[in-house]
Design a protein around this ligand. Structure first.
Ligand code: UDX
Ligand code: ADP
Length: 465
């Protein structure tokens, strides 16, 4: 029986960092080393200001760091020491070449796998943690097999991560399920059991699911595609609500009461963001096309198309409400992260919206409690962006002299019981418009203050357009 005593995690990002920190926290008998090529990232993990904002993460890291949790740039040493290696590197959508804009770029997975093959001096269990296209394990196997010897053997497992940002620590401590896929050979099953034993340090055994490798790889894409599909479904309905007088919150509530549907992931919004949903759906679309299943590909593609439509529909509504021009008008954007409780901005709806506002020559003022100014400018990547977009230290500063406030991220501090909207209103140009892309505020209360309010999926949107 294989017992895991030493774990290496390649990639100290949003997935690898929190996942392996919790693993160390829950398994004091296992040494965990998280490595990354980026010296700056590792230095931050070793400092008091961690590179990722995630509620509860600091406590977990500070508790174990230096005891059984280590952060290092010495990738080779960590590989050599480990019995089990998580590959948690980034797998962005390809920008150029075959499958550009759709397929995942597996260059980082490949280079990490090659490194393992080159430096390993003993047998290892290699675990795919990053979300990867189906059958990536096959490519990893080919690379590793070409480098194995009778003394050194590699087993490959798929163990996709289901944590959501903003609730990562909670999700990791109490997961709905842990999924571990393996080739159903004697040695594959032994490796699978070894990883099951790691998780059952804290996860009840009935929540640890074991499957074959390919089911595990596909389940991760499938889960994300279905979650995103629910959001696109409610967003598609939000357009109907605005045109008919139905209220999207009421529709979601009524539908969610059906136990077959459930209430989660039915919150209409300005569009989903994050590093996973769009990437994984496009991955599924690409896979379907490769498998010559065009109807299946078109079906999933529509989830992304609807998300783009939702963003552009919101922008069009803002412009038409502001008398068909926002040139030189000041738009205050509240929130830049793709959801609350994270500093992550990947695929955030805010990026698309602000780029559109810039195209229309608006003056944009952004405030987000957790995203650094440098990150915002990098994401907007337009010439003269610093002249067109101001980063503010508070919502009040952003709204000062603004013609419109646009709520893009659902941070609690933007709720009407936390932010002083009377003060915001007082500082704005009149009429003072407020566009709620997150169904966050009580529109009636804000209208009493004097705001002209539009909320996604509520009839007033149509009424004011
Ligand atoms: C997602 C999956 O939830 C997680 O299981 C997987 O491991 C990674 O991808 P994440 O992208 O971190 O997690 O966040 P999630 O909470 O799923 O939100 C994604 C986007 O959808 C956000 O922009 C969020 O604001 C939006 N969203 C979510 C809605 O617009 N409405 C909802 O009802 C839920
Ligand atoms: P995710 O959201 O999937 O965790 P991130 O981009 O946040 O993605 O993190 C991935 C990390 O993997 C980055 O910090 C990157 O530097 C690191 N990385 C990529 N390739 C390698 C490699 N071959 N060896 C070590 N680290 C790597």
């Amino acid at each position: 029986m294989t017992v895991v005593k030493n774990i290496c995690c390649i990639g100290a990002g949003y997935v690898g960092g929190p996942t392996c920190a919790v693993l160390a926290y829950k398994c004091p008998d296992i040494k965990v080393t998280i490595v990354d090529l980026s010296e700056a990232r590792i230095a931050a993990w070793n400092s008091s200001h961690l590179p990722i904002y995630e509620p509860g993460l600091d406590e977990v890291v500070f508790e174990c760091r230096g005891k059984n949790l280590f952060f290092s740039t010495d990738v080779d040493a960590a590989i050599q020491e480990a019995d089990l290696i998580f590959v948690s590197v980034n797998t962005p959508t390809k920008k150029t070449g075959m499958g550009a804009g759709m397929a995942a770029d597996l260059a980082y997975v490949e280079s990490a796998t090659r490194r393992i093959a080159q430096v390993a001096q003993s047998s290892k269990i290699v675990v795919e943690k990053s979300t990867v296209p189906c059958r990536t394990a096959q490519s990893m196997r080919t690379i590793l097999d070409a480098n194995s010897t009778p003394e050194i053997h590699f087993d490959i497992l798929s163990n996709p991560e289901f944590l959501a940002e903003g609730t990562a620590i909670k999700d990791l401590l109490n997961p709905d399920r842990v999924l571990i896929g393996a080739l159903q050979t004697e040695s594959g099953i032994e490796a699978q059991n070894a990883l099951v034993d790691v998780y059952t340090h804290w996860v009840p055994k009935d929540r640890v699911i074991t499957t074959n490798l390919w089911s595990s790889e596909l389940s991760k894409l499938a889960a994300n595609a279905m979650l995103a599909q629910r959001i696109s479904s409610i967003n598609a309905l939000s357009a109907i609500c605005e045109a008919t007088g139905a209220d999207v919150d009421e529709v979601a509530f009524a539908c969610g009461k059906d136990t077959r549907l459930g209430s989660k992931f039915l919150k209409a919004s300005v569009g989903f963001g994050g590093s996973c949903f769009q990437k994984d759906i496009l991955n599924l679309v690409y896979l379907s096309r490769q498998l010559n299943l065009p109807e299946v590909a078109d079906y999933w593609q529509q989830v992304v198309t609807m998300n783009e439509y939702q963003k552009s529909r919101f922008v069009r509504h803002i412009i038409s409400t502001l008398f068909n021009t926002i040139t030189n008008k000041k738009i205050a954007v509240l929130g830049f992260a793709f959801k609350k409780d994270t500093g992550d901005t990947r695929e955030s709806a805010a990026i698309t919206l602000i780029k559109d506002f810039m195209q229309e020559n608006a003056r944009v003022a952004v405030y987000d409690p957790k995203v650094e100014a440098e990150q915002i400018y990098m994401d907007l990547a337009e010439p003269d962006v610093e002249k067109k977009v101001t980063i503010c230290a508070s919502a009040y500063e952003a709204a000062e002299g603004a013609d419109a406030v646009v709520i893009v991220t659902e941070w609690d501090e933007f709720r009407d019981d936390q932010l002083d909207y009377t003060k915001i209103y007082a500082g704005m140009n009149k009429p003072a418009f407020l566009f709620d892309g997150r169904l966050l505020v009580d529109a009636a209360k804000l209208r009493k203050i004097g705001f002209k309010v539009s909320v996604i999926g509520k009839n007033e949107l149509a009424g004011t357009a």
